[in-house]
Write a protein that binds this ligand. Structure first.
Ligand code: GLN
Length: 190
């Protein structure tokens, strides 16, 4: 199994490192040809407005849109925003990949100075400390499976082949979300 991590902007290196500590080979994805070799894609946190401009510049927007129609994709933070079908606070002209049937609200957990670490609870009951950095809220998760919550609020969801989380597990050593994603990729391969 080989996973790709979109590496145009954001913390792609941390995701590659985390996947490697879980014994999964991972490569940086920078152009459409890179997509043909991978079994699943991680879209890291960073700045969704910048990532979306770079997706257009590097001719990756449509290839990733078609990849995300059937193949496993995990988006964290800015990655979650890009996978959302609808976004509050979208910059004019900002393009989305879409496919995840949620409304996400950019920066709704606060700006950079309000970034925080918190314990989220996965649906398995497992708890994990993760980082929220200019994080988006998931406003409507009714059409998805909620896989983690912060208090009552959904902060990680799945719909078919698409996984999204408001937080950064890779910055605090959280592994649970990536393990769920890896399990799913293995199932789709077998
Ligand atoms: N608020 C950022 C955005 O709109 C996301 C922040 C992050 O990925 N840590 O893209």
């Amino acid at each position: 199994m080989l996973l790709g991590v979109l590496a145009l902007q954001g913390d792609s290196r941390e995701h590659i490192h985390l996947l490697e500590t879980l014994d999964v080979a991972a490569v940086a994805v920078r152009d459409a040809a890179d997509l043909s070799a991978i079994d699943g894609l991680v879209i890291p946190g960073g700045e969704s407005t910048t990532i979306s401009k770079l997706l257009e510049i590097f001719d990756l927007l449509d290839p990733i849109r078609s990849f995300a129609k059937t193949r496993p994709v995990l988006g964290t933070c800015a990655g979650l925003i890009l996978l959302s079908d609808e976004v509050e606070g979208l910059l004019q002209g900002q393009q989305l990949i879409g496919g995840l049937p949620i409304i996400s609200s950019r920066n709704a957990y606060g700006g950079q100075l309000n970034s925080f670490e918190a314990t989220v609870t996965f649906s398995s009951g497992e708890e994990e400390n993760v980082a929220f950095i200019r994080a988006p809220k998931i406003l409507d998760s009714d059409s998805t499976e909620v896989i983690a919550r912060l208090g009552d609020e959904a902060v990680a969801v799945r719909s078919n082949n698409l996984f999204g989380a408001s937080f950064h597990p890779e910055l605090t050593g959280g592994t649970h979300l990536h393990k769920l994603f890896i399990e799913f990729v293995k199932e789709t391969k077998s």
